[in-house]
Each structure stands twice: as structure tokens, then as C-alpha cells.
Design a protein around this ligand. Structure first.
Ligand SMILES: [Zn+2]
Length: 109
């Protein structure tokens, strides 16, 4: 349940929901989503330098970005998902990382 630290106050209520058997959904955080997207970019660059497994680590980070967004930002979630699926169809797909980050975190600064 990693986060930039802004959402720690929600951890207790999520734990309480989990204990009651209720659905637990991560609090949305666009900054954390953008950190995961940026990490995916780093890993994809390394994939081509002799680390083919980093493709899967990048895919995982993109899925984490979707999890960070899905509760409150469904349109942004769909953007990340569409790009992740492009990468899933073609491992050499040139993902528009800057556009994606601008679309999600552009107004954060
Ligand atoms: Zn965060």
C-alpha cells in the first residue's frame, strides 16, 4: 500500500474494512501513479540494454499506476490501461510517457 505519504490516514480505515470482509480499494493518488509510470519508463530503457525481464517489471508498474488511479480517476486509468495493452501487444511499442504523465500529473506541477 505504498504512497507518497499523503494518504496514510486512510490505511486504518482500509484495514478496518478488510477486517469486516468489505471491499478494500486503494485511495487514488495521481502523484504515485506518475511515479509508477516513470519507473516503467526507466525499466523499459533497461530492457533494451540486456535486461529482458525488465519488460515485466515495467508492466507491473503500469498496473500499479492503474491501481493508484482507479478509485477516483477512471478516465486516467483507462489511458494507462490502453497504453499498457499496447505494450502487451508489442514489446517494442514506443509509449508516449511524457504525454501520459502530463495527462495525469500535468496540473500538479
Ligand atoms: Zn501518493
Amino acid at each position: 500500500m505504498g504512497c507518497c505519504g499523503e494518504n496514510r490516514s486512510h490505511l486504518r480505515s482500509q484495514y478496518d474494512r478488510f477486517k469486516r470482509g468489505e471491499p478494500v480499494m486503494r485511495e487514488s493518488c495521481r502523484e504515485c501513479a506518475c511515479k509508477h509510470i516513470a519507473q516503467a519508463r526507466v525499466l523499459l530503457l533497461e530492457k533494451d540494454k540486456g535486461y529482458p525481464a525488465h519488460y515485466w517489471f515495467a508492466m507491473g508498474h503500469l498496473a500499479e499506476a492503474e491501481d493508484e488511479l482507479v478509485k477516483d480517476f477512471p478516465e486516467e486509468t483507462a489511458l494507462v490501461r490502453a497504453e499498457r495493452l499496447n505494450l502487451q501487444k508489442n514489446r517494442d511499442y514506443e509509449m508516449p510517457f511524457a504525454d501520459l504523465i502530463n495527462a495525469i500529473c500535468g496540473e500538479i506541477g
